[in-house]
Design a protein around this ligand. Sequence first.
Ligand SMILES: C[S@@+](CC[C@H](N)C(=O)[O-])C[C@H]1O[C@@H](n2cnc3c(N)ncnc32)[C@H](O)[C@@H]1O
Length: 365
Amino acid sequence: MRSGGDASPLSALDVTATEFLRNLTRLGLVNLLRAYGTSGLRKDAIARDRATLCPDLSEAVDLLCLSQPVPEAAAVAVLTEPMLEHMVDIGVAATGDETVQLPGIRLVDHLGSILFVAASQNNGYGYYGRDSIGLGRQLLGAGGRCLDLCCSTGCQTAVLAATAESVVSVEIDASLAPLFELNMCLNGVRSRVEPRWSDVREVEFDEPFDVVAVNAPMMPTFGVFDLPWLVDGGVDGAGLLKGILGRVPLAANGRLMATSMIPGNAAELQIDWLRGLAADRGWSVTVMPTDHEPLNADSAFVKASMVRLLGAPTDTAEVPDELLDAWAKAAIDRLYFSLIHITADCDDSTFRIVSTELQGERYSL
Ligand SMILES: C[S@@+](CC[C@H](N)C(=O)[O-])C[C@H]1O[C@@H](n2cnc3c(N)ncnc32)[C@H](O)[C@@H]1O
């Protein structure tokens, strides 16, 4: 959150964001978000307990956390006039019938940073999920020159910038820029952040980085699905990650943390491509599988993904035969949700997979 530690002059947006944050703190919403946490499941808890909150706080929760319309006066009371105007201008607030709604976004506490991300269950504009929280935890306390690839509305950028000297943030979807800017101002870190609205496969880096975060689209297609680009991770789920690892300059002892979905079976994760790259580059790599979903004819995960991502009808979604054949040929029966940690230029290059015996919740949240 805003530390007030930056010496650079405040922009109009900085001032507006500060006033908004003051209201959030006064209302108790900042503490409420921290108490509840921010994952999809926790959102249900806020929705359940909303009725027990005092009226001004419950209206703020409706507007900012649950994407519900509230009376305009209530919206102004928490947002302030300038902030509401700004949010209408950048297209994230809708007004009408003397009400205000933020239909596609919600406010979360992301490991100490207060920021706007996509509304729950939204895989498009401003995606934020459990993987975001799992990755963010790996970035706490980062120092030096940092890089946030596929930054979206900047949740990982804010975590990095809280302690680092500087952060370069790369995102292909420039329509996210206004929300990214607002989030940086809300957290008082704008002057340490350099956003680049481009494709990570094309952007040029002139100096190496000490800490790199990557949360790229990672859903594997197995050569069968034509997934939307926002989630398409290529045949094995690592399409964009491979491209990124091939070109990001890591400083000596620099660290890169990435999220990944890795196909495999009970005995192994199919990640030889990374093993080879690590040996070539002298990297030490730790792969941390944190959960898995079975891939078979009954796979609820695949069926739900087909409904959500491909618009398959809810009642008839079936795992296609082509997919079952592809899995059988490649000896794949599960998908491991994983975090990957890479350290560059170590004295002893190692490749570790910490465990394939998984218990507990995804990303241990
Ligand atoms: C899973 S979201 C990550 C959001 C955030 N960094 C986090 O950890 O929650 C992936 C983001 O990657 C962006 N993206 C996809 N392909 C990209 C590319 N080729 N270059 C840059 N960004 C890309 C998407 O627009 C999306 O915002």
